[in-house]
Design a protein around this ligand. Structure first.
Ligand code: XIL
Length: 333
């Protein structure tokens, strides 16, 4: 098999995906050709256009244009959708983040946002297995990151407007609304710095165990995977296994492995080894269903804009040429 998605499927995984956005696809034909290649990517995540500030910037006023166009583009390519994201403290419009709602009112705001957004992209069909039988005439929403980044790095709950108003109950509220809106979609909680063992991963495991004990619908743990070259944890597999033991699937949802610029051959070689390490850990754990890269090319990565003097985090370079990291992904399978 050639192409990242094909290699993943040939090794028993469901997909390799990428985050993207319509404005890049429309404006850059060579970029779009790779992003739309089903051999490389079987799944698409909207990098920004399904977030709260993009979809419901004013209460009850919905903007679906960006998400709809991306979904239609994915349908045309036979690709599926990872929904991202319904309840998150960031990219949240001020009418929500300003905190003027009572507990009851904020609960209904969460329910309404989650229900409306997930209902919009509800799949027609959910054929997860076997991949060889999937028909490209149907798109479906494979999974939703229903709750994004609920934790601080020390494993305590992040003091978002949701948590400060509602405590942890906002998580169950969102998950129940999501299940009702699209019973076929896999519902995830997604966070960063939960790649290896540690306080934050333990907190995630404890939360999911509690949700299961409370009969709250939860299907998966999303491991964002915003990692650093040369600093990828060594206990990825043990951590993935502790998550899998809870009876949920896991996915690596936003993988990128950044380096301090400038790029050197040595850093590219280390990055290749790091990608291989992450992929191998996913491969080794049956509950790890797939991997999404957070953009596929350095040309459009969010990293340089956010992490000072860091970049070159993805498997294709600025000129859309494959880097050693690409081979690292293939070798990891
Ligand atoms: C990032 C996007 O890539 C940027 O374009 C945007 O400006 C900020 O958000 N965790 C997440 C993603 O869950 O939604 C974030 O995406 C990266 C961190």
């Amino acid at each position: 098999a050639t192409g990242l998605h094909n290699v993943a499927v040939s090794k028993g995984k469901l997909y390799i995906g990428t985050a993207t956005e319509m404005y890049k696809l429309n404006g850059d034909a060579p970029y779009a050709a790779i992003a739309s290649d089903i051999n490389e990517f079987g799944m698409i995540t909207a990098e920004n256009s399904m977030k709260w500030d993009a979809t419901e910037r004013t209460q009850g006023v919905w903007t679906f244009t960006g998400g709809d166009n991306l979904v239609n583009w994915a349908i045309a390519n036979g690709q599926k959708l990872r929904g991202h994201t319904t309840v998150w403290h960031s990219q949240l419009p001020s009418w929500v983040s300003s905190g003027g709602f009572s507990a009851a009112a904020l609960t209904s705001v969460i329910e309404n946002h989650t229900t409306t957004l997930i209902d919009r992209y509800k799949g027609k069909i959910n054929l997860q297995q076997p991949p060889s039988l999937e028909l490209t005439i149907f798109i479906f929403t494979d999974s939703w990151d229903v709750v994004n980044e609920p934790f601080n790095d020390d494993g305590t709950f992040r003091s978002s407007v949701f948590y400060t108003t509602l405590g942890t109950s906002y998580i169950a509220t969102a998950l129940h609304a999501a299940r009702a809106a699209d019973p076929a979609a896999k519902l995830y909680i997604n966070d960063y710095n939960i790649d290896g063992l540690g306080a934050k991963s333990t907190a995630m495991a404890n939360l999911v165990a509690q949700l299961k004990a409370d009969n709250v619908p939860i299907d998966g743990i999303g491991i964002q995977g915003h990692l650093i070259v040369g600093a990828v944890p060594n206990n990825l597999q043990a951590n993935f296994e502790q998550f899998a033991a809870l009876g949920v699937e896991i996915a690596i949802t936003e993988l990128d492995i950044r380096m301090t610029l400038p790029v050197t051959p040595e850093k590219l070689a280390q990055q290749k080894a790091d990608y291989k390490k992450v992929v191998a850990a996913c491969k080794a754990v049956p509950a790890c269903v797939g991997i999404t890269v957070w953009e596929y090319t350095d040309k459009y990565s969010w990293v340089p804009g956010v992490f000072s003097s860091q970049g070159a985090a993805l498997p294709w370079d600025d000129n859309l040429a494959k880097k050693p990291a690409y081979d690292g992904i293939v070798e990891g399978f």
